[in-house]
Design a binder for this molecule. Structure first.
Ligand code: ARG
Ligand code: GLU
Length: 719
């Protein structure tokens, strides 16, 4: 009897346990954790309190995290203001300090003393001092029946006043951003340091190991890190660069765990994610992957294939096009992963099921139905309406971005506009000449002509005649509807194919210049495309977008009201400080394939291709590997490199710290797995994983590989 009931009770407890699935989705506001998340985080294993993460009365984790230059995240890891971020976040700074004699990208760089740390004009590090809800004051003047534009201007005026009245110190700044599609406004008091110096970086063969081939890919073996230091004035406050500045004494810095992680360990990532859209209606998700991603991938596929063909045959072209290729390929690859991920997890149907549930609850509540009835349907219908215009916008923008002759035309038009407004001067012409010099240094008209043929083909096939505009259609029919003929004519005659020709043009007396521009087929074509877009697409696009913004804001509030108590809501990413938490875990990308959650230095050696620009390995690293000389950083004769977990991250989270249950640093976020990049529109815990480099690999490279022990000595390592 007794036995039986114990058994029954145990069984019941087990069932309840296995039914409780932790939500790893979400980019949470740090100041709201204690209300919304603390309980769940502790349930998942967190050992600290929400007040250790965000606290305005004492140093907390948030005081160790900075927005790095506004495009990445970095964290303070010593009492001397030492910063850790990604190699790809420090890349521009490293490149600017590099020359043929000191090629820091190729060979790495390590400041052996503080005096050798290198200043980077323009690079900043921003701390968050405090976050306040200012919604009430922000919308105080909003009246029912206002148009979207009137509403926005009423809010903007209020925000200015709030910012002027905010209590802050003279060296601090205030910034207000909308959240939940404009249903909430939060104010951020910030401190921005302007003297951020480069301290160290591994060579690209470690920091960018695997390059484009491994980008977005798991298993990964990249040591994607670099180190900087924040300098402050003698008073510890932000100050412009000065040789007299001193290393920052931070309010808080992250202790570093030497223990590593195992499967299912709690992990937390803090940083500045850029942009997500998690609350779109199903038609918008469908449009994103089936129409917009498809368009952008189709155009980039064609351009990248052509660039790659030339780059493989010609060393000069490879140097000219390497950076363009990498930046074009980054999102090209991401969008393909997004399409695949939505398909694999049946993301559109999942959204539709969510909407059915929402509708059921809405219809069961007369008050809410009265308030929100029909909003979702209207929103979905608006997305159907905007579809052709949005599609055209993406084909148009990919065309003008990837056909370099058209982007050269844009630069020229910019210059002419400025000249029109301010008059011409030698100074502005020299500046323009410099811009164009940089552009043409990496330009090959033969390569570009092939791209032109291919992309104009796709553009004319996909974008209907009435949306292209009559100017373009005239040029198009004059060349017999052949992109090849059009390209022959443009590239044989247009001044836009060479720096000298463009500069000769802009030096002509105004009337002659205009006459020459009018005759230039490349210029004509660029204008025709612009006009077509401006007349046939842009007006509809912006009118519909205003309507969408309004309904999307209402639908956001509706979801929060209708599903209240069933689901916690987090705001879409908007480059503000967020906390995301998950668990260390592998995943199964497809049938028959199971990915482990860890990689090791052995995997670097498996990928090693001597002399290859993506997979070469430095001799010193091979030597350390052969001797298994890992110091205190190895584990049973092996060196950990990267690991993955189910933290919900996006672009901008690069350089974010990965923390363990005690808030100690265990890794450095730098990427996501390909199949999970759809987490920006529809996070799914089954395949969405973020990729981190193990902190022990970072320390091993700094200490054993580079011998820069002074840096490890200033950190706080805990066992
Ligand atoms: N995919 C990573 C992030 O968006 C890394 C990009 C830089 N690395 C590269 N190989 N392109 O944005
Ligand atoms: N590499 C991305 C960045 O630069 C992070 C990867 C992601 O999008 O999650 O922010």
């Amino acid at each position: 009897m007794l036995q039986n009931s114990v058994k029954k009770w145990l069984l019941l407890a087990l069932l309840v346990l296995s039914q409780h699935v932790y939500a790893t989705e979400g980019m949470w506001l740090p100041q709201l954790l204690s209300n919304l998340n603390e309980k769940e985080m502790k349930g998942m294993g967190m050992k600290i309190n929400a007040s250790d993460i965000y606290n305005i009365n004492k140093g907390s984790l948030k005081d160790a995290i900075v927005s790095f230059g506004g495009f990445c995240t970095a964290e303070v890891i010593s009492s001397q203001g030492l910063l850790l971020t990604n190699h790809h976040c420090g890349y521009d700074a490293i490149q600017k300090h590099s020359s043929l004699e000191h090629n820091y990208l190729e060979n790495g760089f390590w400041a052996r003393t503080a005096a050798e740390e290198l200043p980077n004009p323009g690079l900043t590090a921003t701390f968050i001092v405090r976050i306040d809800d200012v919604t009430k004051a922000a919308v105080a003047d909003v009246k029912p029946g206002m148009t979207e534009k009137e509403r926005q201007s009423a809010i903007d005026k209020r925000l200015e006043i709030i910012k002027q009245q905010v209590k802050k110190e003279s060296w601090q700044d205030a910034m207000i951003k909308p959240f939940f599609e404009g249903n909430k406004y939060y104010l951020f008091v910030t401190e921005t340091y302007k003297d951020v110096r480069l301290v160290g970086t591994p060579p690209s063969s470690i920091g960018k190991f695997g390059s484009d081939t491994d980008n977005w890919v798991w298993p990964r073996h990249t040591g994607d890190f670099s180190m900087f230091r924040i300098y402050a004035g003698k008073d510890g406050k932000p100050a412009p660069y000065s040789a007299d500045n001193v290393p920052l004494k931070p309010k808080y810095f992250l202790p570093i765990s030497m223990k590593g992680v195992k499967k299912d360990d709690f992990t937390m990532v803090m940083g500045f994610p850029g942009r997500t859209t998690e609350y779109l209606p199903s038609e918008a998700v469908k449009q994103t992957v089936e129409v917009l991603d498809f368009a952008k991938v189709e155009m980039r596929d064609a351009a990248l294939k052509i660039w790659d063909g030339y780059m493989r045959k010609n060393e000069q072209i490879k140097i000219q096009y390497a950076a363009k290729f990498a930046s074009t390929a980054n999102y090209w690859k991401k969008w393909q992963g997004e399409m695949l991920g939505i398909k694999k997890t049946d993301g559109i149907a999942k959204k539709q099921r969510y909407e059915a549930e929402y509708n059921k609850l809405l219809n069961a509540n007369p008050a809410l139905k009265q308030q929100y009835g029909g909003v979702l349907d209207t929103l979905n219908a608006l997305y159907v309406k905007i579809n052709p215009y949005a599609q055209n916008r993406d084909y148009y923008s990919e065309l003008t971005k990837n056909v370099e002759l058209l982007s050269a035309a844009d630069k020229l038009f910019d210059y002419l506009d400025k000249m029109n407004a301010n008059g011409s001067s030698d100074d502005s012409r020299n500046k323009f000449a410099g811009t164009m010099q940089d552009f043409y240094k990496n330009y090959n008209p033969g390569v570009d002509k092939d791209v032109f043929v291919s992309l104009v083909d796709i553009y004319t096939k996909r974008v209907p005649e009435n949306l292209r505009g009559s100017l373009f259609n005239n040029i198009w029919s004059a060349s017999g509807n052949s992109s090849k003929t059009l390209a022959d004519n443009v590239y044989a005659t247009s001044a836009l194919t060479a720096h000298a020709k463009v500069m000769k043009l802009v030096q002509l007396p105004q009337e002659e210049m205009i006459a020459a521009l009018r005759k230039d087929l490349g210029v004509q074509l660029a204008i025709a495309l612009h006009e077509g877009f401006k007349e046939n697409v842009a007006p509809q696009l912006s009118a519909l977008q205003l309507q969408i913004n309004d309904r999307q804001r209402t639908y956001m509030q509706a979801q929060m009201d209708v599903l209240a108590g069933k689901k916690n809501f987090y705001p879409d990413a908007n480059s503000t400080l967020r906390v995301t938490y998950g668990k260390v875990d592998g995943y199964s990308p497809k049938d028959g394939v199971d990915y482990d959650y860890y990689t090791w230095l052995d995997g670097v050696m498996e990928k090693y291709i001597p002399g290859d620009y993506e997979f070469d390995v430095p001799a010193k690293l091979i030597e350390l590997y052969k001797k298994k000389d890992y110091g205190r950083y190895g584990v049973n004769g092996k060196m950990p490199v990267c690991f993955i977990a189910s933290n919900h991250t996006t672009g901008g989270n690069s350089g974010s710290p990965a923390l363990n249950a005690y808030g100690q640093l265990i890794g450095l976020n730098f990427d996501r797995t390909w199949e999970g990049t759809m987490s920006d529109i529809n996070y799914d815990p089954s395949i969405c994983r973020n990729i981190m480099v193990d902190i022990r690999y970072v320390l091993f490279i700094v200490d054993k590989f580079a011998g820069c022990t002074r840096l490890v000595d200033e950190m706080k390592l805990v066992n």
